[in-house]
Design a protein around this ligand. Structure first.
Ligand code: GTP
Ligand code: MG
Length: 197
């Protein structure tokens, strides 16, 4: 998928900051430092649009990006990083889950996990919580360039089992692997949402 324009709109620390115009939104969530911001940049092919860092806990608010004046990407803060000050750690749950539970224009939650590691307890808890919300979601296993094909296959199978046989898409922000598949799912979610309105 080719996008023509993408721009950062705003950081939101509370509900009153969320953009008002009801465009479809795709949320990116996952553990701290897993590669959420890199996935956004790689999908849009824009370097540095979403700020990335080797220091976990970089993204600490909901960051909204407008794509082609048609839909938005929402970069959520990462969870599970112990060195983030406690106040921020405790607001994660509130800020992210309130967005995920309340946002009427949320069309797809992209749950990002690290393809090198077994899903963590928090990954599984989030998956279960999303499952209960019964909203469209997609699991993406990123950093796949760090594994051999054989290791990757095993790791995807393991993740699929852990996530109750939900589809897990291997991805790499470095090589672009999985990009077309993720775009297909995003487009399908947007189309679906528009049909229902
Ligand atoms: P927080 O906002 O701090 O929670 O992090 P994040 O989930 O947004 O992660 P970010 O995109 O900042 O990436 C973290 C680190 O992982 C950076 O050093 C990235 O360059 C690296 N990284 C992300 N995706 C990939 C990938 O697909 N392959 C490789 N090799 N490195 C990646
Ligand atoms: Mg980030």
């Amino acid at each position: 998928m080719k996008t023509n324009s993408s721009e950062f709109i705003k950081s939101a620390f509370q509900e009153t900051d969320w953009p008002r115009e009801p465009l479809p939104e795709i949320a990116f969530l996952g553990r701290s430092n897993v590669g959420k911001s890199s996935l956004i940049n790689s999908l849009l092919k824009v370097h540095g649009l979403a700020r990335t860092s080797s220091t976990p806990g970089r993204t600490q608010s909901l960051n909204f990006f407008l794509i082609d004046n048609r839909f938005r990407f929402v970069d959520l803060p990462g969870y599970g990083y112990a060195r983030v000050p406690r106040i921020i750690k405790s607001t994660w749950g509130e800020m992210a889950t309130s967005y995920l539970a309340k946002r009427a224009s949320l069309v797809l939650s992209i749950h990002i996990v690290d393809s090198r590691h077994e899903p963590t307890t928090l990954d599984l808890q989030l998956h279960e919580w999303l499952d209960c919300q019964s909203q469209p979601r997609l699991i993406v296993a990123t950093k796949s360039d760090k594994l051999s094909n054989n290791e990757l296959r095993k790791s995807i199978e393991r993740a699929q089992r852990a996530f109750k046989n939900d589809k897990v898409v291997p991805y790499s922000a470095k090589t672009g692997r999985g990009r077309d598949e993720v775009w297909r799912q995003i487009e399908a979610a947007i189309t679906n949402y528009q049909k229902q309105r």
